[in-house]
Design a protein around this ligand. Structure first.
Ligand SMILES: Cc1ncc(COP(=O)(O)O)c(C=O)c1O
Length: 418
């Protein structure tokens, strides 16, 4: 694995871009150069991921963990290898990695799985920067159990710091669940410090890795989180596949949210059910086998490029745009210090979706609005933002295209830059 601290070079990025059909094909269909800067929503998939997913249907099409014929044994083996690859990518063992439909499903599985351990008056700590997927499952479970949601204060950058977490932790805290990288402000938490504090009051630490798994090296053991949730589609993998890491002893104790075939070893007419060992206990029904093959290929691909280099490159592109925008008083950047590839901004007096529509007219795809983080507006004092998010296949031209569209104005923005 390439893990040096350098960023990628333009030449490497030019080669990488050729791996992506979306960058080869769609580009020619646009009036303007196609500039995709909505990578925090979902990423493009390289050929080898598409081939790996397709190979399941072409060569290994049998159900997993059920059959007694050669093809079934072969697909079981391939599926296990995929699990090993994905688990290894985040520093886990295959037995600690549950395949899920994605980050949202993983977080729901933890929240509902831990429900029997929560009582009236217990506390669940979140932040106001959380995505709906790391808030609503906890809201539901709090309602069902009588537990209380408590918010750790955010610092100026929108980050939960050790001192802010300390303010809300108590012996009633049972769970702390936070995004490692938030999806609007791109703020990054010090996981080890926060997990240590949570463990100090015997609470579990759940990490939403939807934005971090695609952009930084993850070692769940070193981070000492109890659970780690992530989505394949944001890290070059297929849609509908993702993962949930859990410490083995916790997975053994935790209730499965879903029941069905494949997750039980035996049940009877009296309702006695005996579950399989984790991770199989959490994988009810026929699984997204093609997705798992694709995600394993995506992990191999990202590792071959190097996660540190990916992180450094996207930060470099983001900073280039930030440097160009920071002196313009009509533009507000909400996350000047974010060490990620995410830039959240607004043009004064322009509704964020109108800004996105204008950028679309220049061939640039960004996301606008609340980005599913609907508790954040009070903190940033804006009803919505434009979010440009870079990935490692974005190049200098993409950064320049965004800068050009925002600084030269054109169209209705002229009024504001005049
Ligand atoms: C921080 C964060 N958490 C959770 C999610 C949900 O991911 P998914 O829609 O893949 O389940 C997202 C998606 O944007 C996210 O950014």
């Amino acid at each position: 694995m390439k893990e040096d601290k350098e960023a990628l070079t333009e030449t490497e990025v030019a080669r990488i871009r050729r791996d992506f059909p979306m960058l080869r094909n769609v580009k020619t269909m646009q009036k303007h150069r196609f500039c995709y800067l909505d990578n925090s929503a979902t990423s493009f998939k390289p050929d080898l991921v598409l081939r790996a997913a397709d190979s399941y249907y072409r060569n290994w099409n049998a159900n997993t963990n059920r059959g007694d014929y050669d093809l079934a044994h072969e697909v079981d083996q391939k599926y296990y290898e995929a699990r090993k690859e994905v688990a290894g990518f985040i520093g886990a063992t295959p037995e600690e990695l549950v395949f899920t439909a994605g980050d949202s499903m993983s977080l729901n599985m933890v929240a509902y799985g831990l429900m029997p351990t929560l009582d009236n008056g217990d506390e669940i700590v979140l932040s106001e920067a959380e995505h709906a997927s790391n808030a609503l499952p906890w809201f539901n479970v709090a309602r069902l159990t009588g537990a209380k949601i408590v918010f750790a204060p955010l610092d100026r950058e929108g980050t939960v710091t050790p001192s802010s977490l300390k303010k809300v932790l108590s012996e009633r805290t049972k769970v702390v669940s936070l995004a490692q990288v938030t999806n609007v402000l791109g703020s990054v938490i010090d996981v080890k410090a926060l997990a240590g504090l949570a463990h100090g009051v015997k609470a579990l630490f759940v990490l939403d890795g939807a934005q971090s798994a695609p952009t930084m090296k993850i070692d769940v053991k070193d981070l000492d989180c109890d659970f780690f949730a992530f989505s394949g589609h944001k890290m070059c993998g297929p849609t509908g596949i993702g993962g949930l890491y859990g410490k083995r002893e916790l997975l053994v104790k935790m209730n499965p949210m879903l029941s069905g075939g494949g997750m039980n070893s035996r049940f009877d007419r009296f309702g006695d059910v005996f579950y399989e060992e984790p991770p199989y206990k959490f994988e009810a029904g026929t699984q997204n086998i093609a997705g798992a093959f694709g995600l394993a290929a995506a992990c191999r691909y990202l590792a071959s490029i190097g996660m540190d280099r990916i992180g450094n490159w996207i930060r470099h592109l983001r900073d280039e745009v930030y440097q160009a925008l920071k002196g313009i008083d009509k533009i507000t950047v909400y996350n000047p210090a974010s060490p990620t590839g995410i830039l959240a901004f607004n043009v004064k007096d322009i509704f964020s979706q109108d800004e996105a529509t204008y950028l679309n007219s220049k061939g640039i795809c960004v996301r606008a609005g609340l980005h599913c983080a609907k508790m954040l507006p009070d903190f940033i004092r804006a009803d919505g933002t434009v979010r440009a998010s870079f990935y490692f296949y974005n190049d200098e031209e993409d950064a320049k295209q965004l800068i050009g569209a925002l600084t030269k104005g054109g169209d209705f923005l002229d009024a504001y830059f005049a």
